[in-house]
Ligand binder design. Structure first.
Ligand SMILES: Cc1cc2nc3c(=O)[nH]c(=O)nc-3n(C[C@H](O)[C@H](O)[C@H](O)COP(=O)(O)OP(=O)(O)OC[C@H]3O[C@@H](n4cnc5c(N)ncnc54)[C@H](O)[C@@H]3O)c2cc1C
Length: 454
């Protein structure tokens, strides 16, 4: 294929752009050029915690429907590739020590069932028929969620959790996989069918008569095309400006820590665990006095937000645990390289030690750890954008936030339906940029709502 003309040019070879190329090829559109100024999958898409879930809040069932479709596609890919990206189905285990949360868990499970997450199973007695998830594989597993409120059942299956844990909600169509392996698998399949990956920076998008006609890269090379997909990750807003389009998108910095659980505190077969209670970190008197003097870290003496979470990472003899805690995010311009608070690893470990007290053993001397991260590129209501832009022939696949690995197949499948002029799924309007033209939708954004971010 000549590089001077293409049916579709995609800017960005992160998981969004790669998935877009893959799903265009699946619809017979193979004259596709992927342009990236960096190596494929290297900016945000290799910083993810690589987890997936169909557990998403409303309003409406669009997020659940899109995510179910995305997970269907991930499962298809896992089947055809002999699970080269090691997809598992261990689930997300939400946990609380607050008795008043018990019935909230029961209600959340019932509400999730109405959104399409799958059935709610409540286990209130020691003999409850709760089935734990297998460590590997994804086939033949239940959907929906299990709520366990019997303390002996909790202890039997999750003895490493704090003794005062009173309820668990185990969401089942959830787990994790290798995002790099997934991305490389899709990229290779797309390239086999003719997709070209070009190194370069998209600097201009030409239009004539209000329609896309070509894309110019740094250095002046131009690719003629009638269709352009903006999948530029944290730079999606800048790239949209090349078309004169202003996107309601912002970035937040997010980090994760990988630490060595050499004492084996968390069993290697454990699911993802999310503590849904706020946490007060444990400090000695001396540490308290020191923190009280610190302008940057005094807040660590206060109650910290709910949501600290973690999971084992890697197979075989891997001792690695991943930990994430979103306690201090704010909108910012994306700048690289990112810098993280040197105390982040310790803060996350201390947070995780609340639900998993065995981790306290590491607090006097931190284990080996590694912190990295990137930007969540988000819309205000944390719903991605997939579909046409207001310039004929221009499209977006962006705003993938903290869920781009799990959603990119669903989002790219939707985008490819637009480009191939196929019938659209019923959830399409929820991810179209023109939703913001609806005053009722804009007004709904003023209401405080759970945006599903963990
Ligand atoms: C700490 C952390 C944890 C996360 N955990 C999860 C998780 O558990 N599950 C999950 O599903 N998701 C998770 N995510 C989110 C996920 O990683 C992202 O949503 C996803 O990687 C975004 O992919 P992308 O393709 O949109 O962007 P990127 O991967 O950033 O790719 C965008 C590409 O566009 C290129 N580009 C930009 N501008 C130009 C230009 N002008 N010319 C040429 N190329 C350009 C860039 O070089 C880049 O390669 C996490 C993210 C972070 C930071």
């Amino acid at each position: 294929m000549s590089e001077t003309a293409a049916e579709v040019v995609i800017c960005g070879a992160g998981i969004g752009g790669v998935a877009a190329a893959y799903h265009l090829v699946k619809r017979g559109i193979t004259r596709v050029v992927l342009v990236d100024e960096r190596p494929a999958l290297s900016l945000t898409s290799d910083k993810s915690a690589e987890s997936y879930r169909n557990w998403w809040p409303g309003p409406g069932d669009s997020m659940v429907a899109l995510m179910n479709r995305s997970i269907d596609l991930l499962e298809e890919l896992a089947r055809e590739s002999d699970n080269v990206f090691l997809m598992n189905r261990r689930g997300y285990l939400f946990a609380t020590a607050q008795p008043e949360q018990i019935e909230r868990y029961v209600r959340a499970a019932a509400e999730a069932a109405t959104l399409g997450v799958g059935p709610a199973r409540i286990h209130r007695t020691p003999g409850g028929d709760y089935q734990p998830a297998p460590a590997t594989g994804y086939e033949g597993q239940p959907t929906g969620s299990d709520v366990i409120t019997d303390r002996s059942l909790i202890r039997r299956h999750f003895p490493y959790l704090a003794d005062d844990t009173v309820a668990l909600l185990h969401a089942r169509r959830c787990g994790w996989f290798s995002g790099q392996q997934l991305g490389m698998y899709m990229l290779e399949r797309a390239r086999e069918k003719g997709v070209r990956l070009i190194e370069g920076r998209v600097e201009r998008v030409q239009t004539a008569g209000g329609r896309v006609t070509g894309v110019t890269l740094a250095g002046g090379r131009t690719i003629g095309t009638a269709r352009f997909v903006n999948a530029a990750g944290p730079y999606v807003k800048d790239v949209a400006r090349l078309l004169g389009v202003e996107l309601p998108i912002f970035c937040e910095r997010h980090a994760k820590v990988a630490f060595h659980d050499t004492l084996g505190v968390v069993p290697r077969h454990a699911p993802m665990m999310i503590w849904t209670d706020p946490v007060r970190l444990h400090w000695t008197e001396e540490e308290r006095a020191e923190l009280a003097q610190s302008d940057s870290h005094r807040y660590l003496l206060d109650e910290m937000p709910a949501g600290v979470h973690g999971r084992p990472e890697g197979g075989g003899d891997s001792p690695i645990m991943l930990g994430v805690w979103t306690y201090d995010v704010e909108p910012m311009e994306p700048r690289f390289p990112l810098e993280f608070d040197p105390a982040f690893a310790e803060i996350v470990l201390r947070g995780l030690a609340r639900p998993i007290p065995g981790l306290n053993a590491y607090l006097s001397r931190l284990p080996k750890y590694f912190v990295d991260g990137g930007y969540y590129t988000k819309t205000r209501e944390n719903r991605l954008l997939s579909g046409p832009l207001p310039v004929e022939g221009a499209y977006i696949l962006g705003g993938l936030s903290g869920y781009g690995m799990m959603s990119s197949n669903g989002a790219a499948d939707l985008l490819a339906d637009y480009i191939a002029d196929r019938p659209l799924p019923r959830y399409a309007p929820a991810f179209h940029l023109d939703r913001y033209d609806d005053p009722a939708y804009r007004a709904s954004l003023e209401e405080e709502a759970d945006d599903g971010q963990l």
